[in-house]
Write a protein that binds this ligand. Sequence first.
Ligand code: ATP
Length: 349
Amino acid sequence: MVLDNGRVKHYKVKKLDNGPYFVSKTRTFSTLKTLVQHYSEQADGLCVRLGEPCKKNEAPQTYGLSYNTVDQWEIDRSTIKLLRKLGAGQFGEVFEGLWNGTTSVAVKTLKNGSMDAEDFLREAQIMKRLRHAKLIQLYAVCTMEEPIYIITELMKNGSLLEYLQKDKGSTLSFSDQIEMAAQVASGMSFLELQNYIHRDLAARNVLVGENNICKVADFGLARVFMNENVYEIKDGTKFPVRWTAPEVIRYNKFTIKSDVWSFGILLYEIMTFGQMPYPTMTNYQVIQQVPEGHRMSCPLKCPKFMYHMMTECWNGKEQERPTFETLLWRLEDYFEQDVSSYDDANNFH
Ligand code: ATP
């Protein structure tokens, strides 16, 4: 990953079996060190000469707010100071907060009665164990009284949906879009491996940090809410029907494959810079027509291979949808191609 005038570019360092390292086959190196040294001295085909190694600005991979919270992560709410409101969702509000006067955190405050504390705590025990660079880390909770607080890492640029809508393609390039999709696939393939289901994957539930870093948020929360029937299917306004696989609409059957369906919709959101899926249809029409086989057409300026990936995620037979692992390697494979062709107009549909 190279930062060129504020834009992130990707190069894949490759290695031949027992052979040298290279970015371009025309110049090979016996060690990684000599490769880095060479490109630090001259760009030699890269977009820019290598400068300083990337500073890790993101919150560290904290396993909890402190040693204490590792086992005992119900924390006293007086240690949390809410600083400013970042946004609001269906179930409550999100604040930027400070823990113990030192650590920046995000605090999700849940509307009173929106979930059962015990049920949530059971889910949170699992969520806390799910640690991955592309998943929002759950730090701690306050469940002793309402409103319940969920304390997580803070992401500077808010939700991916807002981020895409604000940019509208002015600074984000096609390779950035692929990179963001790959990061979500990476977080999701970890959940897949853990046999965990997200249930509400959408651009609004992916958060963005610096340098387009994306992490999947709110995994598993929908299940806890659903017990309360807040996500009641019949009430089309509350259920995220446009992200929902047909088998969920029909039989309430949530699996990792229904998450794959939602990932296809998320790809659509990424490629359209946050357009509402099925823009010309009402929720009712979506519920009626998608299980009957209706699918969105290829968005404008969307490369064929990306649209193809979406339609694979939207296979009516859930077992035929790809795994997140496959989606991840296919997206990552894109960076294997010649870098100069990434944003090539010829790639587009
Ligand atoms: P829903 O409740 O229907 O899932 P939502 O995901 O938009 O909707 P929230 O999860 O409550 O609602 O988040 C509301 C907003 O708060 C987000 O859109 C985002 O801008 C901001 N936000 C949430 N979590 C964080 C975080 N960890 N760091 C920074 N901003 C956040």
